[in-house]
Design a protein around this ligand. Structure first.
Ligand code: ZN
Length: 371
């Protein structure tokens, strides 16, 4: 074991991050130490990288320096003295919501929304490094057939799975509108397809991402930024006049909220995942929710560990193929190129994966047939 490692560290409360050499993390006896094989850039990392208002309030300059990153796959190299379940050499990913078992929500089975929950890479050092430490309680053992570049994106995939399935998984044969075309909306298309939705509409903005949505199984592509088609009428016309059974709001804009409630059928489910930049966006409460008999489902994180279990099965079986969402891969030291891709508009990237080791990077390129 070396004494130091490469890590991408947020050092200052302004745009950017630094590649540093840091000591290998120390950790409590119920945590494990993991050698990172792949790690991926999330929208949350982009917020922190830019250091926007959310980062300033949520993390705060006084808590820097801190290693970025939370989406990860790697091999366990050490386990703390109190660990029982996870063993050295286990190939794991981390559920990033580090729950507190004493929280009421955790005791009621909602591990992902406890009051004292911490988030990897937000409340503690993350995984954009050669090694990271994480509690045994949130380690998820991967199927060895799932390659690291896919295993690392299971965390956001879990958001998509939870949003698609809702609390009752009553989706087969139904119609769904997905609003947004970021990576999680794209994953949602793939999950919806394998879970038996009869008709999938996506409302997005960028051709690059809409083409990926089509590959993953979207039936109808509608553009939020073009007015050539009346989107509300189009969806009603293609759902027998009633509107969609399920709407996934994954854009967080006022337009998405307005249109989402309008295209939802009476008695349908509206799943709210997109975070609005406006702290109190307007909602047509009477007509959109009350008289419509709508079910509203807020999503923060993913059901633990139900979504992990289903995704592992779907990925290992080959039934769910989300590989088109990975559009870029870089060595960890080239993180800046990854963040640049993620911040460019119009979008020409979906998911960027980083590899601390050159061998893993080369192996992934070979698997994906890229030079
Ligand atoms: Zn994430």
């Amino acid at each position: 074991m070396p004494d130091t490692m490469k890590a991408v560290v947020k050092t200052k409360p302004k745009l950017g991050a630094e590649l540093q050499r840091k000591p290998i993390p120390t950790y409590p006896p119920d945590w494990v130490l993991v050698k990172v094989r792949a790690t991926s850039i999330c929208g949350t990392d982009v917020h922190i990288y830019k250091w926007d208002d959310w980062s300033d309030k949520r993390i705060g300059a006084k808590n820097l320096p801190q290693t970025l990153g939370h989406e990860v796959a790697g091999d366990v190299v050490e386990v703390g003295a109190h660990c029982k379940r996870i063993k050295v050499d286990d190939y794991i990913s981390a559920e990033t919501h580090i729950y507190n078992p004493g929280d009421l929500n955790a005791m009621l089975g909602q591990l992902h929304i406890g009051d004292h929950m911490q988030i990897l890479g937000v409340d503690c050092d993350g995984a954009f490094a050669e090694y990271f430490a994480v509690p045994e309680s949130v380690c998820w053992v991967n199927d060895k057939s799932i390659p690291p570049e896919i295993a690392t994106i299971q965390e956001p995939l879990g958001n998509a799975t939870y949003t698609v399935l809702g609390e009752d998984s009553d989706v087969a044969g139904k119609t769904m509108v997905i609003i947004g075309d970021g990576p999680i909306a794209l994953f949602a298309v793939g999950v919806a397809r394998v879970c038996g939705l009869a008709k999938i509409f996506i409302i997005g903005k960028y051709d690059f991402n809409m083409n990926i949505a089509k590959k993953l199984g979207a039936d109808h592509l509608l553009y939020a930024n073009k007015d050539d088609v009346n989107r509300i009428q189009y969806i009603r016309d293609h759902t027998g006049g009633s509107g969609a059974d399920i709407v996934l709001e994954m854009a967080g804009s006022q337009q998405a909220l307005d249109e989402g409630f309008q295209v939802l059928r009476k008695g349908g489910r509206f799943s709210a995942f997109g975070v609005s930049a406006d702290p109190k966006p307007a909602i047509d409460y009477n007509n959109g929710i009350v008289f419509k008999g709508a079910q509203i489902h807020g999503i923060s994180g993913r059901r633990m560990f139900d979504t992990w279990y289903r995704n592992r099965n779907l990925l290992a079986s080959g039934r769910l193929d989300i590989s088109p969402v990975i559009t870029h891969m870089f060595k960890l030291e080239d993180y800046k190129a990854g963040f640049d891709e993620m911040m460019t508009r119009p979008r020409h990237s979906a998911k960027c994966v980083l590899f601390p080791s050159s061998e893993e990077f080369e192996a992934a390129k070979k698997r994906r047939g890229v030079k």
